[in-house]
Design a protein around this ligand. Sequence first.
Ligand code: ARG
Ligand code: ZN
Length: 880
Amino acid sequence: KTIYLKDYQAPDYLIDETHLTFELFEDHTQVHAQLVMRRNPALSAELPALVLDGQQLELLELKLDDRELGAGDYQLTDSTLTVQPTQASFVIDSTVRIHPESNTALEGLYKSSGMFCTQCEAEGFRKITYYLDRPDVMSSFTTTLSGDKQKYPILLSNGNPVASGEEGDGRHWATWEDPFKKPAYLFALVAGDLWCVEDTFTTISARNVTLRIYVEPENIDKVQHAMDSLKKSMKWDEEVYGREYDLDIFMIVAVNDFNMGAMENKGLNIFNSSAVLARAETATDAAHQRVEAIVAHEYFHNWSGNRVTCRDWFQLSLKEGFTVFRDAAFSADMNSATVKRMQDVAYLRTHQFAEDAGPMAHPVRPDAYMEISNFYTLTIYEKGSEVLRMIHTLLGAEAFRKGSDLYFERHDGQAVTCDDFVKAMEDASGIDLTQFKRWYTQAGTPRLAVSDSYDAAAKTYTLTFTQSCPETPGQSESSKLPFVIPVELGLLDAQGNDLPLRLQDEAAAGSNRVLSVTEAQQSFTFVDVAEKPLPSLLRGFSAPVKLSFAYDRDQLMFLMQHDSDGFNRWEAGQQLSVQVLQELIGQHQRGEALVLDARLVSALRTLLQDDTLDQAMVAEMLSLPGEAYLTEISDVADVDAIHGAREFARQQLADALFEPLWQRYQANREVSRNTPYVAEAEHFARRALQNIALSYLMLGDKPEVLAAALDQFENSDNMTERLTALAVLVNSPFEAERSKALEAFAEQFKDNALVMDQWFSVQAASTLPGGLARVQALMEHPAFTLKNPNKVRALIGAFAGQNLVNFHAIDGSGYRFLADQVIVLNALNPQIASRLLAPLTRWRKYGAERQELMKAELERILASGELSPDVYEVVSKSLA
Ligand code: ARG
Ligand code: ZN
C-alpha cells in the first residue's frame, strides 16, 4: 500500500496525556496505556470513529471513560483498533500483552543482550501499544516500568525520574515524567544491568545538567570519548546555534543489537554500541570520529527534531538533513574542515549519487512511500544536508543563523514541514527561495556542464553553464525545471594566484565568489581579466551536482598545486586520477597493455615530498577513487576492468614511489611508536598517511616492508595501526603470516564484539580470489549471527558493498548468496533485509549477462513467500 503526501490530513483526535505502565517479564510484557484525548479543536464538532494504530498486540482489556468495552464495542484489524467516542473529551485505557523477548525485528520494545530497550522511530510505537502513532500527535508522557530487581537494576525512560520503589517478590519499579510534549516516535524505555559514567554540564544560563552514559559493565572503560564528545556538542550548539539543553538529565544507553546508528529519544538517546564505545586499543581513528559525530548528531536533534519535529514522515529531511548539516559543521570545527568536506563529498558522490540514479531515487521530500523505514536514505540525510548547506551559502552565515533562530522560536513545540523551515529562512533573510525549493521536490543529480571563452581584445572572460537533470522514477527529464545552483568559484592566473573577479555592471571585486545559476543555460561575463584564466569551479563542492568542464591533465595538475581552495586541490587530484583510471579501464577492455600516465606519478610524488602539507590531505589525495565511485560514473560498469585498472595503477604507484612512501612511512611510524594515542586531528592525519603508505608499500614484495607490517601488527598500542596492518596482511600473498595474524587477532579480541566485526569486515573485503567461500566459512564462525545487525553489515554488507570483484563474480554466485541471506533476514529483521538488498537493485549499471543474473535473484526474492513491506517495496520498485 502506497501512502501519498497529498493525502495528508490533520489528526481527528489529539492525545494530551499519555500514562504508560510496563510490567516486564521473561516470557511477555504487559503494557497499560491511559490516553487522555480530545477531538482536534481545529476540526468540526462531529465525532468520527477513533482509529488507533497497533500491530502484533494482544488486547487484554479496553476501557472508554471507565466503561469496559466488549467485543461488540470496537473493531480490530491486524494494524488498527477502532472505537466510537461519544464525547469531545475522553480517556482510553488499554492493556496489551507483547513479546519483546522474541522480537528480532528490533523495532518497538525488544531485548538486546539481556536488557530491554526500544526503537520507535518511525512507526515502532504501534508495536508497543494502541496509539495515534504519527509525529503530529504530541503528548506529555508519564512512564512507569517494573521488573526484576536483580536482572534489571536500572529502569529508565524519557524526562526526569520522579518516583521509585520496591514491589516485593524481587521486583522494583520507577516512574519517569517528561515535561515536553513529544510524538510517540521519541518515546524510549530501557531496563537492564548497566553501569554508567556520570558527568555534568553547566549550560549557558548556568543550569546544571547530569550526563550519564550507560553501558554493560565490561564496557565501562570505553565511554570517556563519547562523554567528551557530548560535552563538546552541548557547548558547540550553544555557541553556534544558541541552543541550550532543556532537561535536568541527559542519558545515552549503548545496546549491541540496533538497526541504525542511534536514536534521539527525548533525554534518553539509545545508541548502537558501535556508535558509543571507543578507546585506543579497540577502536580506530575512524571509529572515534564516527562516535563524536553521532553523539553530536543525536544531541543536536534535541532542537532540530524534538523541540521542533516533523508534521509527517514525508518531512523527514526537515530534521535529518538539518541535523546532518549541523553535525558536519561540528565535526569540521573539531577536526580538519577540509578533510571532513573531502570525506563527505566522496561519500555523497559514491553512494547518494548511485541512489539518485537507481530505482529507489526520490526527492529530499518524497511524495509517496510504501514503507517509511526504506526512506532513511542517503538522499534524506546527505543530500538533505547539502540542500541546507546551499541555503547557508546563498544566505551567508549571519542570515542563516537569523533564519534558524526564527525557525526554532516560531515553531517550538510544533510538528512542521520543510516549507515552514524555508519560510523562516526567507523571512529572516529577505531572500526569495521559491525556485530553490525545487531541490526538495525534484529527484536526481543535476548535471552542470561549463564552457568558457576569453576575449583577449576586450579582456573579458565568459563562463557558460548548462544544467539538466536525468529522469528518475515518476519524473521525466523534460518535466524537471532548472535548479538554483550556487557555484562558488575563483579564476587562477598563470602563476596560480586568484584574479580579482568583477562581473559586468558590478563595482566590487573579490577573488572568490558565489554565482547563482538559475536557468537551463546561463552565461556570466567577467571584465578586466588581464589574461586567459583557469577556472576553479564549485569550490568546496558548493552544490551536489555533476560538474563537467574540459580540463586537460596538465591543468588539473596545476590546480592540484595552486588552487587557493583546499577542497578543490583535492578535487583536481581526484579528477586527474579518474581520467587516468578511465584510460586504463579502456585499455583493459580493448585487451591492450596497460600504461599509467606518468603525470599522476609525478603529481603524487610532489605531494609526498612536500612535508609542509597537511598529512591528512596528502593521505586523502593518495587514495585513488574507489571501485564503487568508478562504477557510479560509468555508463556500463565493467567490474573486472575497473578492478584490474585500479589495481594496476596502485601497483605502478607503489613501485614508482617506493622511496618517498617508505621514508614517510618510517618517519610517521617512528612518531606513532613514541607517542601515546591521542584522538585529535593532527594524530589522525599522521596515522592516515602512515597507513595508506603501508598499504601501497605492501604491494611490492619487499621483506623489509613485510617485517614493518608485522611489527606494526604486533607492537602497536592502538587499533588504527593494528587493523591496517592486519588488512594489508590479509590482502597480501603471504599466506602463513596472514593466517597467523588473523588467528592471533581473533584470540586476543574474541570477547569484544565490535572488534570482531572489524575482523569479519577485513576478510569480507579482501579482493583475493575465493571471496565468497571465505565469507560462507565465516558465517559458521561462533562469533557470527544473523540476528545482530552489526555482524550482518560487517560480513555480508562488506562483501557485497566493498568486495566488488568477488560479489559480481560472473557465475552469479555472489548474487545468489546475497539473495539467500535477504530471504532469511526478511523473516527475521525486515529493515536489515531491505538495506542489504541495495547492491542487487543497481542491476542496470552492469552488462547484459550480469543484469540477467541480478534480476533473476530479485525475482527469486519476490517469489520466495510472504515478503515484509520493507523488502517488497525495494524489490518491486527495482524490477519495475
Ligand atoms: N532518527 C535516527 C537518526 O538520528 C534514525 C532512526 C531511524 N530508525 C529507523 N529504524 N528507521 O538518524
Ligand atoms: Zn538523525
